[in-house]
Ligand binder design. Structure first.
Ligand SMILES: Cc1cn([C@H]2C[C@H](O)[C@@H](COP(=O)(O)OP(=O)(O)OP(=O)(O)O)O2)c(=O)[nH]c1=O
Length: 197
């Protein structure tokens, strides 16, 4: 099997990939996630995921390089990671009582061929109405600060979620079912791999 490299510094992505039971190595990408105003969210996350894969690829001689990027979209507004507590509280006030989408772009590059597959997954998430005071308390926990849209579905942020339509793992940062499908295109099957261990 081709060695797998996860081009990510996100502990969540590492945890999610571990769930597939495949051996892999983490190689954090060194990229600027600059604004891409005007791009539709699906194109934006795909472009950023591909950029992360391309940043790590030169260091890999043979294998698969995986990368992802996640944003929250509320009424055409793209919410990345908040710049600080004030922006985090503002993002949460937008999401309160409303439905939003979470987009994750996924890029898989094969080395040495350079073949690149880029795709994305979208999940709808509905928040219950939040009180101003609980937004302030949640921001004070520090949890929202390094998360797109200022919440963590896998953490305390779970208490805000009234409903989810689509892939839960996509919200946390890595759409596992979609990833497994892409990996199969490169001859990697997590189930087969598990049974052959
Ligand atoms: C909405 C949501 C986002 N997130 C996280 C996933 C991502 O780590 C982060 C979005 O930022 P990203 O820029 O996608 O990823 P990252 O900078 O953390 O890591 P890297 O680029 O090195 O791969 O938000 C959660 O952990 N839970 C959630 O519920």
């Amino acid at each position: 099997m081709l060695p797998i490299y996860l081009a990510s510094s996100s502990p969540r992505r590492k945890m999610l990939l571990e769930q597939l039971g495949l051996p892999f190595t983490v190689v954090p990408p060194d990229v600027e996630e600059e604004e891409h105003d005007g791009l539709p969210p699906r194109k934006l996350v795909e472009a950023l995921a591909a950029k992360k894969a391309r940043a790590v690829a030169p260091a890999i001689s043979r294998g698969l390089v995986l990368a992802a990027d996640t944003v929250v979209v509320f009424q055409d507004r793209v919410l990345g990671k908040p710049a600080g507590p004030r922006e985090a509280a503002f993002m949460l006030s937008l999401l309160s009582g409303n439905e939003h989408e979470v987009y994750t772009g996924l890029a898989v590059m094969e080395k040495p061929s350079g073949r690149l597959v880029v795709t994305h997954e979208c999940t709808r998430v509905r928040f219950r109405t939040l009180e101003e005071e609980e937004i302030a308390r949640y921001v004070a926990t520090g949890e929202p600060l390094d998360k797109a849209g200022a919440y963590a579905a896998q953490g305390l942020g779970a208490i805000f979620i009234a409903g989810i339509k689509g892939c839960y793992f996509n919200v946390v940062g890595l759409p596992l079912a979609r990833l497994a499908r892409v990996l199969r295109e490169f001859g990697v099957d997590p189930l087969k791999c598990f049974l052959e261990k």
